[in-house]
Design a binder for this molecule. Structure first.
Ligand SMILES: *Cc1c(COP(=O)(O)O)cnc(C)c1O
Length: 402
């Protein structure tokens, strides 16, 4: 927050003001810089810009002032209250940020160690694309710390520990601090997808991870208006050189319009997350007591296997819940069809409550045995608890379960 005269103390204040610089033409908000290229006063200035001797924008794929503000705001939030500096690079999607991370840090012969419950796109890139580049992965239950250490010790080609917590579909959590301690004993890079938690609920950099990624499409944007992603790193030199190269050459750049939507969405991150989470806690407790519900997966419930990890590393347990209906596949379909206010769709992080039924929607074409390995049972419903009033969310669920 070097751009403010007095130090801001609260997360919410930084969410509003962080990263902002006075516009040279006095616009209150950062303008949408819709320009693909940037001009030089003289040939010599062009030379200085290209050599990096003089700061300044050059070409839209490399960044622009609207994108910079979004990057700096996210970096300020991810390091809130921590005594470290990180650099963020905004991307066109969460998957683009993750691609830059993998292609920029790994080479043929390297391996990634990760958990079995990963975002679908990440799971696919790790299993379907990276092997073609000679990058393999080992998937384990990262909650078994001794197993994790034994795996790392036994295979020196493991170069990266890749974390995602909480994770789909059962909201499993892994212990970022304990895993980072182990990984650092063997000089592994540690990356953490912080999409479900947001920097308001969880700050992986506090535990020494090297990289944090977000799909900004979700809670950071907060309104479901743009796809985006960010890669943040604490090795500033790497971020400015190799990381920047990988981002620029792979071409997963963001754009000024989406960055503008993201900046304005992030201003309300604290207030939205407070409301999302207090609603989620109420909805989870209500569902757990309902006769038609066999089981609720929510890190804030004492019945969740990773309750202690969530308590340890998260401010609140988040806004994502999944639950199992006793009625199986047809019970799930009937329930989804009866929803009136809540929205039937995939994705998360919007003000609106969203529900999806993976067995009839995203995973319809996946054989039952295969999807059950990922915890996607017939009656599983996934829910992004929105910021409406809790009584209306519960009211809609109640009439749909009746
Ligand atoms: C959505 C999501 C992604 C991918 O982000 P996109 O913006 O859709 O590319 C990655 N990780 C998690 C946890 C997600 O929810």
């Amino acid at each position: 927050m070097s751009d403010k005269k007095f130090p801001l103390k609260g997360f919410g204040s930084i969410a509003v003001h962080g990263g902002h610089e006075q516009d040279p033409r006095y616009a209150h908000l950062v303008p949408i810089y819709a320009s693909s290229t940037y001009v030089y006063d003289t040939a010599e200035q062009g030379m200085r810009r290209f050599s990096g001797e003089e700061p300044g924008y050059i070409y839209g794929r490399w960044g622009n002032p609207t994108i910079t503000e979004a990057e700096e705001k996210i970096a300020a939030l991810e390091t809130f209250g921590l005594d470290i500096e990180v650099k963020g690079i905004l991307h066109s999607s969460g998957m683009a940020a993750i691609s830059t991370l993998f292609m920029g840090t790994l080479k043929s012969g390297d391996k990634i160690l990760s958990h079995y419950s990963l975002y679908g796109g990440t799971d696919e890139i790790v299993h379907k694309l990276l092997p073609d580049f000679g990058i393999a992965s080992i998937i384990a239950d990262l909650r078994q710390l001794e197993t994790v250490e034994a795996i790392i010790k036994g295979d020196p080609s493991i170069k990266m520990l890749y974390l995602e917590t909480p994770a789909n579909p059962t909201m499993q959590c892994v212990d970022i601090e304990a895993l980072t301690v182990i990984a650092k004993r063997y000089n592994l890079l540690v990356a953490c997808d912080n999409t479900f938690a947001t920097p308001y609920l969880q700050q992986p950099f506090k535990y020494g991870v090297d990289f944090v990624m977000h799909s900004t499409t979700k809670f950071l944007n907060g309104h479901g208006t743009a796809i985006g992603g960010v890669l943040l790193g604490r090795d500033l030199e790497w971020m400015r050189t190799k990381g920047t190269k990988a981002h620029r050459l792979l071409g997963g750049n963001s754009n000024a319009f989406d960055a503008f939507l993201l900046i304005n969405g992030m201003k309300t991150l604290e207030v939205r997350m407070e409301r999302h989470c207090s609603n989620a806690e109420k909805v989870a407790a209500w569902l757990e007591a309902h006769d038609a519900v066999a089981h609720v997966n929510y890190g804030g419930l004492a019945s969740h296997p990773d309750y202690a990890i969530a308590q340890k590393q998260m401010r609140h347990p988040g806004a994502m819940i999944s639950f199992e209906l006793k009625g199986g596949l047809q019970g799930g379909i009937d329930f989804m069809n009866k929803l009136q206010m809540c929205i039937r769709t995939v994705s998360l992080g919007t003000c609106d409550t969203l529900l999806s039924h993976p067995a009839s929607m995203t995973h319809f074409s996946v054989p039952r045995e295969d999807r059950e390995k990922y915890g996607i049972t017939d009656g599983l419903i996934r829910m992004n608890v929105g910021i409406e009033n809790a009584e209306d969310i519960i009211g809609d669920l109640e009439q749909a379960l009746a």
